[in-house]
Design a protein around this ligand. Structure first.
Ligand SMILES: [Zn+2]
Ligand SMILES: [Zn+2]
Length: 229
């Protein structure tokens, strides 16, 4: 077995399930050294609405803002990791340099985290790229890490052409106009539970636009998940 990030051979004892049911053995996992690089959520105290690292418990300023801006929307999101230098370096290699192999890096963690949503029949909806961005990158980095973890996805949204968010500062991000349109018919959304998925949660602007648009079609619940916050 090779590490899903650094590609080094992993040598470890098999656990009970892997010995009993060899099919349970995952093809991809992080080696000990690579796992140590990332900060898992839960290692630091964070916001109850979006998991932004904070010094004291409660809601962060961003969540307080969104809740007063969209009082009709009950939305919260969870992340696997804290967005720090190690995560940013991984994301750069995957998304910007286009190392498609890295879609497998967090397969085990993503699968584990999404298990409960799948049990509750959530539609798992990756945030889409615009046509142009998709052509430039060659893959949707969000759909790709989900599919690598064998998570079935449902594409409910389309994205218009806008300047890339990563080049914007905080103010510009917040001023961005609604980038999404519904792709699915509203009947496919009505009464459903939806989990929106993105790679990184920054200001919340993108995720809230997606949530507000879907809300207009009357789903039962909308939650969010991102790799890092
Ligand atoms: Zn490694
Ligand atoms: Zn928050």
């Amino acid at each position: 077995m090779k590490c899903s990030y650094c590609n080094h051979e992993i040598i470890r004892n098999l656990n009970f399930w892997e010995l009993l049911v060899p099919q349970k053995m995952k093809e991809w996992e992080l080696c000990h050294a690579c796992r140590q690089k990332f900060t898992f959520q839960g290692q630091v105290s964070n916001c109850s609405g979006c998991q932004k690292p904070m010094t004291k418990p409660g809601l962060c300023g961003d969540c307080q803002f969104w809740r007063s801006f969209y009082p009709q929307l009950e939305f919260q999101q969870k992340s696997l990791f804290v967005y720090d230098a190690a995560f940013s370096e991984w994301l750069k290699e995957y998304k910007i340099l286009g190392n498609y192999q890295l879609r497998h890096t967090f397969t085990k963690e993503v699968e584990g985290h999404l298990k409960k949503y799948r049990k509750e029949n959530f539609l798992i909806c990756p945030l889409p790229l615009s046509k142009k961005r998709y052509q430039e990158r060659g893959f949707n980095q969000v759909s790709s890490f989900l599919t690598a973890a064998e998570i079935p996805i449902t594409e409910l949204l389309k994205r218009r052409e806008t300047a890339p968010q990563s080049l914007k500062n905080r103010q510009e991000r917040l001023a961005m106009p609604q980038p999404f349109k519904l792709k699915a018919a509203p009947e496919k959304i009505k009464g459903k539970k939806i989990l929106l998925v993105d790679d990184v949660y920054t200001t919340g602007r993108t995720m809230y636009y997606a949530a507000v648009l879907l809300q207009s079609a009357g789903p039962q619940q909308i939650l969010g998940f991102s790799l890092a916050r």
